[in-house]
Structure formats: C-alpha cells, structure tokens
Design a protein around this ligand. Structure first.
Ligand SMILES: Nc1ncnc2c1ncn2[C@@H]1O[C@H](COP(=O)(O)OP(=O)(O)OP(=O)(O)O)[C@@H](O)[C@H]1O
Length: 486
C-alpha cells in the first residue's frame, strides 16, 4: 500500500498547499517540518476526512483510514463538549465527558481501555472531566482517543507541544513502537522534537512541499540559516511597531503577591504554601510538570480562577476582593494561552479579534476608534494576515489565530504580559517571531513578562526569575521553589 500525491493543490479558505510528487511507502513514517506559515492542516484534514471545505485538485491515492491528532481537533472536541454542557441541570459544574468515557470507543474492551490509560499516563485522570484537564493532560487524551479508533495510520500535528520533558520522552518511545505497526505522519515545528523513529523528513515552505530528506541528511540542518535571517527581518518590523506605540510603565506598585497560596479540588490538592511576589521590573518564568498548577496560578493572577477569593492575593497594589472589578485587573494584563485560545469562539473577523484586545473582550461589542483600527491593521500587516482582515477569526488556520491573539494581547500595551505556552501550534518562523518579540519587550522593559514553557530552548534572555513546582511526596501535592536574581 502506498499513499501518493501527483500535482496536488489543496485550498482551504485560509491556506493553500501544493505537492508536486510525493510517495509514502507502506508503513513508512514521516516528519513534516513547516517553516514560514505554510500549513499542513488542509493536508491532514483531507487525509483524515475531517473537513469538507478544502478544494482538492490533482490526484491523491489514499489507501489508509487515518485519525488526526491536532489542536484543531482538540478545539472541535471541546466545542462538542460545550454543546453538551449540563451545568444548568446539575447542582455542580459539568466538567464534560470523563477521560475514560472519551477513550472507550464503541466495542473497546475494558482491558484495552486500561492499557491505553496506562501507556499514556492517564490512569489517575480516568474519572476527570475533559474540561478540567491541563494542557498536557488533554493532549495525551487526544492521542489515546485517536489510537482507540484503531486507525490504519496516525496524523499527528505537533504532538509534543504542551508536554513536559518526561512526557515528551515517554511519548517518543511510545510512538517509536507504534511506528513499527502503522504509518505516522508527524508535523514538527522544533528541531529538538525531530523523532529518531521517522524514516523520512518532508520540508514544507512557500505553501508547498519543498524537499524530502533521509534522517541523516536532515541532521545537517541546511534550512536553519535561511530561516533565521527570514525571522530576523519580520521581528525587526514588530519591534518598530512596538517602539512607535510604546508606553513605558512608571508604576511602582507590587504587581502580584500571594501568601500561603493553596488550590484544591474535592479529590486532590494541587499546590499549597505558596508565598510569592512579582515586583516592578521583574520578569518571571514558571516551570513544572504537566498538571502541577502553572495555568491555575496564572488564573489566580488574571482573576478568572474560582479560588481567587479563597486566597490572600494582592494584584497591582490592591488587595483582591477589596472592590476592584475583574475588568480593572484585565485592563492591565495581556494574555496568550491555550485556554484563552480555546475560549476565543466569537464570530468576529480577524481585525475585530485584534481590536478586542483594547477591551479585553472575546469578540468586539463596541465601536473602535480610527486609531485603534489603524494600529490593528499595522499588526495584521506585519503578521502577514492583512488579506484575512475580514475573514472570520475562527476560519483562520490555528497558527494564524495564535499570531492574531499575540497582537490582541500586545495592542493595548499591557503592564503585565502573561504567556502560557504561547508557541503551541506555531511553526518554526512563527515561534521565532513570537520569541524575538518577547525578548524585545523584556530588553526594553516595555512590559513585565510572566512566562510558561516546557522547552529549555525557549528561554528568553532577561527572564531570570524562576518559580518552579516540585511534587512533595509527604504532602502529596506540589510546592514551589523560588529563585530570584539579585
Ligand atoms: N475542576 C477541577 N477538578 C479537578 N481537577 C482539576 C479541576 N480543574 C483543574 N484540575 C486539575 O488541576 C491540575 C492543574 O492544572 P493546570 O492546568 O494548572 O496544570 P499545568 O501545570 O498548567 O499543566 P500543563 O503543563 O499540562 O499545562 C490538573 O491536574 C487538572 O486536571
């Protein structure tokens, strides 16, 4: 059996991909490396038969039944889960289908279900609702669910994004074994994630398949130089825009302070005894394994976590619960996170989504000023999204949405920029652009940055203060270690 492409062009409302000639031999596994905003989502949607909006020209001979694992599919599942939300009829918040329910596809034996839960380190979450899961936990559930469908082959779009180091390693081992039994096409955006178990590598750029390599040829990294100079040019434009509209904060209040911070749910404590503060001019990185409470802590700062009020918190110099509104807090914060991305389900245009950053709204419900529209248009131009200004935000490719959300976070020149695994779904150039932008904000002190990433290579010069969570066996929950630079 062979998957073949001959003179193929795939066109979706916001992406285009051409493949002149490509053969994937029986049980061969490939890594697909995308560079400059070229998206493989139309390819995966077509192979996985999960989209009818893509127009296909040319010949594709596809003898396999594939299942796709991608952030887009995760978004779709979340939407289905939200459509079935029964919170109004229950006396508690409906957290959605449990992990075990999502994996138990019709006809699956309970032994097979248990085996999958174990293989993907999900046993302890079997009865947790999908909407309560952390980013890394949800990604592992999506993979387990895909395997549960018993497909001929797997389409994985950036499967390592959002996983901590340990889970990335165990997933590499797991996929290495799986690749001996079925073909896997694996979208990769980082050199360090390049799996050693793939047979070949396909390089995509300029909206087409550019070249293919054996694993050894790829090791020479011949594309990296070209990519670096391209990303530098785009980053310089972003820096000019930031300079043009910059506001330097002169506020001397403590940004955030928590004393004896504690977050718990009915069946477990997440973290306890957290004493931490963010002083003016400080930038922080938050580290720790999947599920340790990083996003939860950011939720306490941003003000949308229900346990904000049971904690002793000072935010922007004011005691939480002393009459401030959540909007007063949000006004000073720019946020990019997977949770916000998933929540951004408004039916507005891309331009409106960027402008909504001025109002901290999901969608745009006020008439923007001309200056606001002009600044948003400048952002769209730099991010190569101008042609989609009137396209519904939800129709953009996932990576395009992520870049638009970065512009949304920065457009109001927040005092605090919270980045919770901000690179998820971005390709190499998108990530470099994002990273260079954050480095620039930090070096010029244009705002304070609070940053979560599982990758050492994402480290940004100038973000030297670190809060890291470690599991405390005695207390059976996480505790934080704080390291500040003098
Ligand atoms: N309502 C809830 N009930 C039970 N557990 C919950 C609930 N909401 C969140 N959790 C759990 O809290 C833990 C912390 O979640 P959080 O999203 O903060 O983790 P994280 O450190 O950001 O992880 P990741 O690296 O995967 O993004 C997770 O194990 C999650 O399953």
């Amino acid at each position: 059996m062979e998957l073949t492409f001959k003179d193929v062009t795939l066109t979706s409302p916001t992406t285009r991909l051409s493949i002149k000639d490509w053969k994937i031999h029986h049980k061969e596994s490939w890594a697909l490396f995308c560079t400059d905003g070229t998206s493989i989502s139309a390819l995966f949607d077509n192979l996985g038969k999960s989209d009818d909006e893509t127009i296909v020209e040319g010949e594709i001979d596809n003898p396999y039944s594939w299942v796709q694992v991608s952030l887009k599919e995760q978004q779709r599942l979340l939407e289905d889960e939200l459509a079935n939300d029964d919170t109004d009829f229950l006396d508690k918040i409906d957290q959605g289908s449990t992990v075990a329910e999502l994996i138990s596809i019709k006809g699956m034996t309970s032994t097979k279900c248990q085996q999958l839960l174990e293989q993907l380190d999900l046993q302890h979450l079997a009865n947790t609702g999908f909407r309560a899961l952390s980013t890394g936990e949800s990604r592992r559930v999506m993979l387990a669910r895909a395997i549960a469908f018993n497909p001929d082959g797997l389409l994985l779009d950036d499967p390592f994004a959002g996983l901590d180091i340990q889970h990335r390693q165990s997933l590499q081992h797991y996929l290495a074994t799986l690749s001996t039994t079925m073909p896997i096409l694996c979208g990769i955006s980082r050199f360090e994630d390049m799996p050693a178990w793939v047979d070949k590598i396909a390089l995509f750029g300029h909206h087409s398949l550019v070249d293919t390599f054996s694993f050894d040829e790829w090791q020479e990294h011949r594309v990296i130089k070209q990519l670096t100079s391209q990303s530098k040019r785009q980053s310089e434009k972003v820096q000019q825009l930031l300079d043009k509209h910059k506001h330097l904060s002169t506020d001397s209040d403590t940004i955030f302070k928590i004393q004896q911070g504690h977050v718990a749910y009915t069946d477990k404590i997440i973290f306890t005894g957290l004493n931490w503060q963010i002083d003016p001019l400080q930038h922080w990185q938050i580290k720790g394994p999947n599920g340790c409470g990083k996003s939860t802590l950011l939720g306490l700062i941003f003000g949308d976590h229900p346990q904000c009020y049971s904690n002793d918190i000072v935010i922007f110099g004011r005691q939480r619960g002393s009459g401030e509104t959540i909007w007063q807090i949000k006004q000073q914060i720019g946020m990019v996170s997977s949770a916000l991305h998933l929540q951004y389900r408004a039916g507005c245009s891309t331009l409106e989504a960027v402008i909504s950053g001025f109002y901290d709204s999901i969608g745009l419900y006020r008439k923007p000023t001309k200056a606001q529209i002009d600044e948003a248009l400048e952002w769209l131009e730099i991010l190569h999204l101008s042609e989609y200004r009137n396209t519904p935000f939800r129709q953009l490719d996932y990576a395009q949405q992520r870049l638009a959300l970065l512009a949304r976070a920065l457009i109001k020149h927040p005092r605090l920029l919270i980045l919770d695994e901000p690179y998820q779904g971005l390709d190499y150039l998108g990530r470099m652009l994002f990273k260079n932008t954050v480095s620039y904000l930090v070096s010029k002190q244009l705002c304070q940055v609070l940053y979560v990433s599982h990758y050492d290579e994402d480290k940004i010069l100038g973000i030297d203060n670190v809060l890291s969570f470690h599991f405390d066996e005695g207390l059976q929950c996480y505790r934080a270690k704080i390291n500040t630079v003098a």
